[in-house]
Design a protein around this ligand. Structure first.
Ligand code: MN
Length: 734
């Protein structure tokens, strides 16, 4: 056998012996075979790994397991503590552990592993709170947190071999995250030790100053603690009170806080010395208090009954400060054994005391913890209680930004929720999302501890309507709706207006009804929009249906018509205008009265031409010939075809219409003059004339003329054809 193998086999045996003693003293576990199995399993898995101080790695999980055993936790917790670094640091998988030790142990170990992967950087208090919540939310099983505490405590106890930056980083994290969690779970013993150990690395000078002052005080008051402890014990014996008496000096960090936080001198701190009397039942606590107050003079205003009114973290005790025989003040805490365990181990102690909890379903366990915490009335604790609820019912998820900030989102949230949670501009411009460095679909469901990165682009087309069905947070949903309302307002107005006008025509309602102010305001009121533009915009983004809007308008018109039948002043459309049509520029737009009409420049129709109207964006109806190229193309387009409406020429003698001809001829001197002469003889006015050399001796003359109708134009075209060297005469726009 190799030397290394012998070493490996012996590794951790001493710690394992301590673990067995801790289990026997603090728990009901008597069959240790599974614990031994876990030890062998973890020792093999960690193999040759060493800690920074040179000891075999297995000593660390064993020491963590000792702390867990001291809390009085169950067998699964102790086994999980022994295995807690296996998934993180060795080849062992969740499956391996599940096979040998059961799913529950494997889940706990995996839970502890996940917590270890949370990156931590010091932030403002709000971020700290979110990080604490994230830890709780990720834990799911409260035992994960308790084991994590034990892990952290042992690491803090053995920090001296770590590098200075590592020490500081871990100490800060412990002070800001783990000690507050320990406090809130009532784990006072662990909390105090974590704080003192953190302080040692965060402010070694302050720490040693207080340590030295305490030693100095101990020299000055030599034997004080022993004498006082003995005096209390004697007094209790006289009264036949069965109890244990403990003495200690206050922990260094709480003295530090008083000195530096409340700006006190070391000598001003009253309760450097503290004594504890632990008895069997509550009634005895008050007897002890009476005896103490007989023995020593109480300091007024320092008595606190945390038995009648427990602290939010379940802490119960009687506190009093008295002046000892030597004039030295000290604090006495009086409590039962159960209270004592709760004070030391908080929630873990309740685990131990409420027998049979292990057998219950998870839901029952969580309900129990929740009730326990909810039964305490303290606003300070409220937030944390809701955190535990978050954990138990998982209605929130906590994720990181790439900068390490924590964002809280509703459970089931997606990268879209995250993006809008940061800023609406991020959401509106997002093109891609990464979770833990990998590109994911927008519908990806975020998990606690995920690092989420949003990639944006200024050329992004903005959110998609599908997102509304994917997002979980109302914040994101509202911001996306906002975007569709605002950013696309112009477009919404145009498409909304087109849809609206098409629907008005379909239902045979003349558009001019909107021209009467009183009528318009009644209509807008009925539809509950502020302006016509708002109405178009709403129809455009889908907030209003065009059909319903027109139905509403028709209803309203009927009401108005009825009400104004006998009135003297009637809206212009009443009775007559609903069907009347009036020509504008000699063109009647069917179903619409008095709308702006202009003639297209591309085909320049004249009376006699078959024509059709196009609803332009803001410039009324543009009239084209039905043989115009632009019409035939546009009428095929899905987006435009509904904007073409029927128009016809109104009989008129006065109007003249502009149109254009393209005349191709063999170029020669006097050509343009001859064309002008022909037109002049017909009394046709020429508005513009240009000629272009087409090469090969050919020229094209473009003329813009005004004619009465197609007939007059036809005559003009025939006459021009008769001009010498003219080969072809065509209308422009074909
Ligand atoms: Mn560890």
């Amino acid at each position: 056998m190799e030397v290394a193998d012998i070493k490996k086999q012996g590794a951790g045996e001493a710690e394992y012996g301590n673990l067995i003693r801790a289990i026997e003293m603090n728990t009901q576990i008597r069959d240790l075979s599974r614990v031994r199995d876990a030890f062998e399993f973890a020792r093999t898995a960690h193999g040759e790994q060493l800690r920074k101080d040179g000891t075999p790695y297995i000593t660390h999980p064993l020491n963590a397991a000792i702390i867990v055993a001291e809390m009085g936790l169950d067998e699964e917790s102790i086994i999980s503590a022994i295995l807690h670094d296996c998934i993180e640091d060795t080849q062992v998988t969740h499956e391996d552990i599940a096979k040998r030790f059961g799913d529950s142990v494997a889940d706990i170990v995996e839970g502890v592993t996940k917590l270890a992967r949370i990156r931590y950087t010091s932030k403002e208090e709000e971020q700290m709170e979110n990080l604490r919540k994230m830890l709780m939310a990720m834990a799911r099983d409260i035992r994960v947190i308790l084991i994590k505490m034990a892990d952290r405590l042992h690491n803090m106890r053995t920090m001296e071999y770590q590098s200075a930056p590592k020490q500081r980083e871990k100490a800060l994290e412990t002070m800001e995250i783990y000690a507050p969690i320990a406090h809130r779970l009532g784990m006072q013993k662990i909390k105090l030790e974590l704080e003192d150990l953190s302080l040692l690395y965060l402010d070694p000078v302050g720490y040693h100053e207080i340590e030295a002052a305490l030693q100095e005080r101990a020299r000055r008051n030599e034997g004080f603690m022993e004498r006082t402890e003995q005096a209390i014990k004697n007094r209790m014996r006289e009264s036949s009170i069965n109890c244990a008496v403990q003495s200690r000096t206050k922990d260094i960090y709480s003295i530090y806080r008083k000195m530096f936080g409340q700006d006190k001198e070391f000598d001003e701190i009253m309760d450097i010395y503290a004594f504890r009397v632990i008895v069997d039942d509550i009634a005895e606590c008050y007897n002890v208090l009476g005896c103490i107050h007989e023995l020593y003079k109480p300091v007024p205003g320092r008595f606190k009954d945390y038995i009648g009114t427990p602290k939010p973290n379940m802490y119960q005790s009687l506190h009093t400060t008295v002046i000892g025989t030597e004039g030295i003040p000290f604090e006495v805490q009086i409590r039962t054994w159960e209270m004592h365990h709760t004070a030391e181990y908080g929630i873990a102690a309740h685990w131990k005391y409420k027998e049979g909890i292990e057998g219950r379903s998870d839901e029952e366990k969580f309900a129990w913890i929740r009730n326990l915490l909810e039964s305490q009335e303290d606003t300070d604790a409220q937030d944390f209680i809701s955190t535990l609820k978050v954990d138990m019912f998982a209605d929130e998820v906590f994720v990181f930004t790439p900068h390490g900030d924590v964002k809280s989102l509703p459970a089931g949230a997606t990268p879209i929720d995250f993006a809008y949670g940061i800023h609406s501009a991020i959401g509106n411009r997002m093109t891609c999302a990464k979770v833990n460095g990998r590109i994911v679909p927008f519908s990806h469901v975020l998990q606690n501890g995920d690092v989420v990165e949003i990639i944006t682009s200024n050329t992004s087309k903005g959110p998609s309507r599908d997102w509304l069905t994917i997002v979980k947070s109302s914040e994101a949903r509202n911001k996306i709706r906002q975007w569709f309302k605002k950013e696309r307002r112009e477009e919404n107005i145009v498409t909304g207006r087109a849809a609206f006008e098409a629907e008005m025509r379909r239902q045979g309602v003349p558009l001019n009804v909107l021209g009467d102010e009183r009528t318009l305001s009644r209509i807008l009121e009925r539809i509950a929009v502020r302006s016509l533009e708002d109405m178009y915009a709403s129809i455009g983004y889908g907030g209003l249906s065009a059909q319903k809007t027109v139905n509403n308008i028709k209803d309203e018109l009927r009401l108005i018509e009825k009400a104004t039948k006998n009135a003297e002043v009637k809206p212009p459309w009443v009775s007559t205008a609903l069907i009347a049509e009036k020509a504008v520029n000699g063109v009647v737009v069917e179903g619409v009265d008095n709308c702006l009409v202009k003639f297209s420049h591309c085909c320049m129709p004249v009376p006699g031409d078959e024509i059709v109207g196009f609803i332009t964006r803001g410039y009324g109806v543009s009239v084209h010939r039905t043989d115009c190229k632009n019409y035939s193309v546009s009428a095929q387009r899905e987006s435009e075809k509904d904007r073409w409406i029927k128009v016809h020429w109104a009989p008129s003698e006065e109007e003249r219409y502009q149109t254009g001809l393209a005349i191709t001829a063999n170029d020669r001197d006097g050509l343009v003059m001859d064309i002008a002469t022909v037109l002049n003889s017909l009394k046709i006015k020429v508005d513009a004339l240009t000629a272009r050399d087409m090469g090969g001796g050919l020229a094209t003359v473009f003329i813009t003329i005004k004619v009465k109708d197609k007939n007059e134009l036809g005559i003009a075209m025939t006459k021009i054809m008769g001009v010498r060297s003219v080969k072809d005469v065509k209308r422009q726009g074909n």
